[in-house]
Design a protein around this ligand. Sequence first.
Ligand SMILES: Nc1ncnc2c1ncn2[C@@H]1O[C@H](COP(=O)(O)OP(=O)(O)OP(=O)(O)O)[C@@H](O)[C@H]1O
Ligand SMILES: [Mg+2]
Length: 469
Amino acid sequence: MFSSIKQKIILIYIFLILIPLVIINYTAIENIKQSTFRDIEVDSLKTANIIGDLSRNNMDNLVNLKRIVKQYSSASGERAIILDKDARVLADSFHTLENETIHNNEIKGALGLEEKIGYYNEEDKNILQVAVPVSVVVEEQRQAMGAVLVSVNIDDAVKHVMDFRIKLISISAGAAAIGIIVAAVVSGRISAPIVELSGAARQIGQGKFGYTVNIKGKDEIGKLAENFNLMSNELYRIDQGRSQFIGDVSHELKTPLASIKALIDSLIYGKDDIETYREYLADIDSEVDRLTNLIQKLLSLTKIKEQGLHLTEVPLKELTEDSVKIIKPLAQSSDVQIKVHIQNNPTVLCDPERITEVLLNLIDNSLKYTDPTETGKYVYITGRKMADYYLLNIEDNGIGIEEKDLESIFGKFYRSDLSRSRDTGGAGIGLSIVYNILEAHGWQIEAKSELGIGTTFEIRIPNKSLSIA
Ligand SMILES: Nc1ncnc2c1ncn2[C@@H]1O[C@H](COP(=O)(O)OP(=O)(O)OP(=O)(O)O)[C@@H](O)[C@H]1O
Ligand SMILES: [Mg+2]
C-alpha cells in the first residue's frame, strides 16, 4: 500500500488539501451559525425583558398582561407568554395556552431567576425559546413572581446557515477534486522519469552499456538523467576499450606464437643440420624475448592504475643521466649519440622508477626509428624553465612521424605504417605507457615531428611538481 512515489505524493497532497479545507469549513460554519443565532437570541431576550419589566406591576391584572403580550409579539412576530410563579399561563399572544401549565427547561430556569435559551425542532419547524424571570426584591432577596417566555420561528435563519454550508462544502469539494487531479498529474510527472531511469539502470545492470534515457529538464531529475547518460556512455566507452584491448593483446601474442610454432615445426620436420637448428633456435629465442617484452609492457600498463605512484623528490638531471646510462650500450650499437643538457637542475616530485620508464621508452623509440641515411644520428635531451612549467625535450633526427599519425601514437598498439614496415619488434605500447605515467603525475606530453627530419617529444612538468635549486 502506497509503495510508489506517485501514491505517496497523492496521499501527501490529499492531506495538505483536506486538513485545511475541513478546518476552514468547520470554523466558517460555526462562525456564521453563531453570528446568525446570536442576533436572534439578543433580540428575543430584549423583548422578553421588556415584557418582564412591564408585567412586574401588572401580574394581577390579566387584561393589562394580555395587552402587553399582544403589543410586543405583534410588533416582532414572536410569540410571547407570561406565566405565574407556578408556570401557569396568564397571557399568551396566540391565546391557545392560557390557564395551562408549561414545564420546560427555559421556564424552570426563569422561575429559578435565570435567563434561559433553548432550541427546538417541532413539526419541521425550528424554534428558539427564551425565558426570563419576572422578579421582585423582598427583604433584599430577589424572588420570581413569574416568567416571560418568548419563542421565535428561526426557519429562515436555519435555512440561511444551511445554504451557506452547502455552498461552502460544494466549493471545498470542487477545490479538493481539482487538487487531487493536480496531484495525480504532478506525481505522474515526477515519477515517470524515475521509473524510466530505474528501467535504464536495470538495462545497464544487464550489460547494455550506452543505454540512455530521453529525459529533459533543468531540475534535479533532469540533471540526474544527464549524468546517468554520461555514465552510461562512459561505461560503453570503457567496455569498448576493454574489448579492443583484449583483441589487440591476443593479436599481438598470436604473431610471435605463430612464428615460434612455425620454427618448431620446421625443426621437427626439417633437416638434421646443427647449424639450421642453431639459427632456428636463435629465432625462437628472439620471439620469446619479444613475447616477454610485450607481456612486461602490458603488466606495466596495468600497474600504473593499480599500484599508483610512489612520489619522492629527485634531481631531474641525475634521473635523466641514469636513464641514459642504462640505454647507452643500445645507443652505441645503433650508432646514435645521446646528449643531455638540463638547465637549472630542478628537483621534481615524481615516481622516479616510472619516470625512468618514460625516458627509456622515449629514448628507445629514438634509437629504433633512426634515419639510416643520416650520418650523425643523435638524441638530445634538453630541459629549460618556462613561465608555468619546466620543459623537457627528447629530440632526435630519425625518420619522423607522419602528420596523420601524430594524434594516434599515444594510443595502445598504435604503430605508424613506416615503423611497421621496419621490423623493430615493437608492439605499439611504449607511448601509451608513457602517456599513462605522465597523466598520473599530472604532467603533459606532446609530439612534434617532421618526416625525414626528426621528432621531438615535449614533456611539460607543472610548477607544482618542481622546486628549482
Ligand atoms: N622517435 C620516433 N620517431 C619516429 N616514430 C616514432 C618515434 N616514437 C614513436 N614513433 C611512432 O609511434 C609508434 C608508437 O610508438 P610506441 O613506443 O608506442 O610503440 P613501439 O615503439 O612501436 O612499440 P613498443 O614501444 O611497444 O615496443 C611507433 O610504432 C612509431 O610509428
Ligand atoms: Mg616504443
